[in-house]
Write a protein that binds this ligand. Structure first.
Ligand code: HEM
Ligand SMILES: *[C@@H]1O[C@H](CO)[C@@H](O)[C@H](O)[C@H]1NC(C)=O
Ligand SMILES: *[C@@H]1O[C@H](CO)[C@@H](O)[C@H](O)[C@H]1NC(C)=O
Ligand SMILES: *[C@@H]1O[C@H](CO)[C@@H](O)[C@H](O)[C@H]1NC(C)=O
Length: 273
């Protein structure tokens, strides 16, 4: 009897493992997945990113964002990159229309195809590009596990269902992250990505002009910041871009003398005669 019970428990555990374990039936990601199959893979991605961003540094931010938008819809499977003949792919969803840098992903992919045809997935490219974009603009860096395969499906409706809208409140943001195994801390840390890049006025204008639908302003916003944003973004503005992290003020700008004010001392310990 006891043995039968034990078997039943073990059997149930096996079922639970198969049903619930998201990695069952797939190989795990690992560091250096391409070590043997394409030893230069990560160096090639890095090289293309450094070259590209030295000419077009503003592409770093949208490339970081692209990895996030890929991962939150069907997992990190490169589905955000797929185009559809009927314009109903993820990239056709409103929040993805302002993604930029697809041509950079193509450039990285061609370089990798030249070195190792058919080996490195587009999903892994997005993960490596996000890391290298961040590091190249002197942000933090991290190790990226690889071994993702590319998916074969991309749906505008799924993008709509899975990308949290700019209007989401904190409860909705936490839920969206927790549904994907990410913690509140992950939410805070990853939101730090918004220290780079730009936003369109239309993404946040409701907080300036129509927060609760009564033509009001979000009371939680800093009053000086509101003034600044209202100056840049008029109601119904569909085009203007605003920096995410406006004019970070450096200590080195305090009370400086410039132009005709001040002089260039000949000797630093004496004012000029
Ligand atoms: C937590 C939920 C998030 C929401 C609601 C959100 C929302 C937004 C919105 C509304 C914009 C401006 C888009 C525009 O108007 O052009 C934006 C930009 C951006 N987001 Fe997020 N985001 C979230 C999380 C993330 C995460 C996790 C990352 C990356 C780790 C990220 C990276 C970026 C970057 C880098 C930009 C600037 C893009 C550019 O300069 O083109 N975001 N995000
Ligand atoms: C967040 O939004 C949801 C859905 O609109 C709403 O039910 C909930 O009360 C909101 N929570 C907070 C804290 O505002
Ligand atoms: C403000 O929001 C309300 C409710 O969502 C909407 O009916 C109204 O058209 C909005 N006004 C403007 C100027 O967008
Ligand atoms: C912004 O876009 C909306 C929807 O496409 C349109 O109705 C509105 O007239 C546009 N506003 C301006 C100022 O162009």
């Amino acid at each position: 009897m006891a043995t039968r019970k034990l078997f039943l428990v073990l059997f149930l555990q096996l079922i639970m493992f198969v049903v619930l374990n998201p990695v069952y039936g797939q190989e795990r990601l690992k560091l250096g997945f391409y070590e043997k199959s394409c030893p230069e893979a990560e160096a090639i991605v890095k090289k293309v990113m450094v070259e590209t961003l030295s000419k077009a540094p503003t592409l770093a931010a949208p490339l970081i964002r692209m990895h996030f938008h890929d991962c939150f819809v069907r997992g990190c499977d490169g589905s955000v990159l797929l185009s559809s003949s009927t314009n109903q792919a993820e990239k056709d969803f409103a929040s993805n229309l302002n993604l930029r840098g697809f041509q950079i992903i193509d450039r990285v992919k061609s370089a990798l195809e030249k070195a190792c045809p058919g080996v490195v997935s587009c999903a892994d490219i997005l993960a490596l590009v996000a890391r290298d974009a961040t590091a190249t603009i002197k942000g933090p860096s991290w190790e990226v596990e690889t071994g993702r395969k590319d998916g074969r499906v991309s749906s505008e409706i799924e993008a709509h269902e899975n990308l949290v809208p700019p209007t989401a409140n904190i409860t909705q943001l936490i839920r969206s992250f927790q549904e994907r195994g990410l913690s509140i801390k992950d939410l805070v840390v990853l939101s730090g990505a918004h220290t780079v890049g730009t936003s369109h006025c239309y993404s946040f204008n409701y907080r300036l002009y129509n927060f609760t639908g009564k033509g009001d302003t979000d009371p939680n916003l800093d009053p000086n910041y509101i003034k600044r944003l209202k100056n840049k973004c008029k109601p119904g503005d569909n085009t203007t871009l605003v920096e995410m992290n406006p004019g970070s003020f450096k200590m080195g700008r305090i009370g400086v003398l410039t132009g005709k004010a001040g002089e260039i001392r000949k000797q630093c310990s004496k004012v000029n005669k």
